[in-house]
Design a binder for this molecule. Structure first.
Ligand code: FAD
Ligand code: NAI
Length: 475
């Protein structure tokens, strides 16, 4: 016997579980299917983000930063730490606890919102009368019939050709978050978000980290001025970053991994590592989804083809998050999930792709929203820029971390804010003000005239807005 639902969501990551909750809030009968298993084989909803992404990486970033601070930074505050030592198992255990709290939280939210949760793999069986038949293969096999289907099956790490992940020596994000002892020499291929975040974690804990990046520019999507500052700071911290490399081969042995590559001058080089993280991007995941059974259209990258409103080529089948076009970010997946649930209810779901913030949780953090200076130049947009360094901010001095700056880019004629770029302590929190401002199409003058608490890092945002008209007060 099939179970009937108004909405079936396949995938319980940030896109899927949020879509399921919003659809239930709107009065639909909703099921969410997710196949992720915890170490005991039980359900672990939350997807990549909760299990092997956003949450565990931020837990380890915080722990490793605390360790580094205790080792180097506390003395300056008059706090002497003697006999500092690392209990890596405790650190990894704490990370696992944080993950589990989030898994349990989602299961609780499903109950609270009356979302029926099915643990297993969901796939299209066929188009059925009044919708689609979805098979669930799990501890119990089930058949569901859905009027609307929301696909939120996420993405998987991309492997280098000829070097599959074994999660022992050659690590994706999954293995990179669970190394049982600090490697002496850690190689990282790809200086993107994962490479820099995970490279930072293991460097802080004592590994010698070498990052090999294929492109000749560092963090090409980031504002050039901010990326240059970041490169300088990360290199100073001890990350050995080589740009413009070409990987020739990756060879595994009992002792480690050898990477042969040519450097930016075309010279042959060899790196010997105990472990290698490969973080060269992610691929949309439609494995075992049964797309052929219903004729769901994929693009050449394997992503589900959707329009601006997340509609697929099939009536009443929607797709959101990492499995479709656009940035692979948890908050983008969530926004799409809410918008699709509201569209199913006949409302006007809304996602503004121009105001999706990005954050790289290194130390210092890097955060931005909107256009970079190089994009504005390429598009021929006339703009004004204003920057303010944390060096001149009282709260940053009190923290003992004055690295970085806030940078505003505003339209030369209208003064509308076009982009805000921050490198510095708590940039992840500071960027929200810029997102709100841009969502309301504020001008830099608007921010400059708003009262900001003193002393706070957010005063640097106000000062950078003032700097657009060259009238900073504290610099
Ligand atoms: P996912 O989170 O991948 O969830 C998809 C779920 O669907 C999974 O549970 C999967 O098992 C399940 N599934 C797949 N197919 C089926 C099927 N057929 N049947 C049943 N279940 C299925 N983003 C940020 O915004 N901030 C961060 O700080 C951040 N940090 C990250 C750190 C790392 C190391 C990584 C790898 C990613 C990070 N991301 C971050 C990206 C973020 O994790 C993704 O953008 C986000 O998880 C995408 O959400 P999603 O719901 O589309 O897919
Ligand atoms: P990425 O796209 O951020 O970076 C990949 C890097 O690898 C790029 O710099 C690319 O030029 C390089 N590269 C690609 N092929 C290469 C090769 N053969 N040799 C050498 N270098 C090569 O991808 P990453 O770091 O794997 O992360 C995937 C995605 O996950 C991110 O794009 C982001 O969407 C998401 N994520 C978000 C985080 C956040 O919001 N803080 C944290 C971690 C991941």
């Amino acid at each position: 016997m099939s179970k009937n639902f108004d909405v079936v969501v396949i995938g319980g990551g940030p896109g899927g579980y949020i879509a399921a909750i919003r659809a239930a809030q709107l009065g639909f009968s909703v099921a969410c299917i997710d196949e992720w298993k915890n170490e005991k084989g039980g359900p672990a909803p939350g997807g990549t983000c909760t299990n092997v992404g956003c949450i565990p990486s931020k837990a380890l970033l915080q722990s490793s930063e605390n360790y580094e601070m205790a080792g180097h930074a506390f003395a300056d505050h008059g706090i002497e730490v003697k006999g500092l030592s690392l209990n890596l198992q405790q650190m990894l255990g704490r990370k696992n606890t944080v993950v589990k709290q989030n898994n349990d939280g989602i299961l609780f939210l499903f109950k609270k919102n009356k979302v029926s949760f099915f643990h297993g793999r969901g796939s299209f069986a066929k188009a059925a009368e009044g919708g689609y038949e979805i098979a669930v293969a799990g501890a119990a096999n089930e058949s569901l019939v859905a009027k609307h289907v929301i696909i939120a099956t996420g993405s998987n790490a991309r492997a280098l050709p000829g070097a599959p992940f074994d999660e022992e020596r050659i690590l994706s994000n999954t293995g990179a978050l669970a190394i049982g002892e600090v490697p002496k020499r850690l190689g990282v291929i790809g200086a993107g978000v994962i490479g820099l975040e995970m490279g930072s974690v293991w460097r802080r804990l004592g590994a010698e980290v070498t990052v090999l990046e294929g492109l000749p520019t560092f963090l090409g999507a980031v504002d050039e001025q901010i990326a240059k500052e970041a490169y300088k700071l990360f290199t100073k911290q001890g990350l050995a970053i080589s740009l413009g490399v070409k990987i020739a081969s990756v060879t595994k042995s009992d002792k480690g991994v050898t990477v042969e590559y040519t450097d930016d001058k075309g010279n042959a080089q060899k790196g010997e590592f105990d472990r290698l993280i490969v973080s060269i991007g992610r691929v949309p995941n439609t494995i075992g989804l049964g797309t052929d059974a219903v004729g769901l259209k994929l693009d050449e990258r394997g992503a589900i083809v959707v329009d601006d409103e997340c509609r697929t080529n099939l009536p009443n089948v929607w797709a959101i998050g990492d499995v479709v076009r656009g940035p692979m970010l948890a908050h983008k997946a969530e926004e799409e999930g809410v918008a699709v649930a509201e569209r199913i209810a006949g409302q006007h779901g809304h996602v503004n792709f121009n105001t999706i913030p990005w954050v790289i949780y290194t130390s210092p953090e890097i955060a931005w929203v909107g256009k970079t200076e190089q994009q504005l130049k390429a598009e021929g947009v006339a703009y004004k820029a204003g920057t303010f360094p944390f060096l001149a901010n009282g709260r940053a001095r009190a923290f003992g971390d004055t690295t970085g700056m806030v940078k505003f880019l505003a339209d030369a004629k209208t003064d509308e804010i076009l982009g805000v770029h921050i490198i510095g302590h708590m940039a992840s929190e500071l960027i929200s003000e810029a997102v709100v401002a841009m969502e309301f199409r504020a001008s830099s003058e608007d921010i400059a005239r708003i009262c900001h608490a003193h002393p706070s890092l957010s005063e640097a945002t106000k000062e950078a807005a003032l700097a657009v008209e060259k009238r900073s007060l504290n610099f």
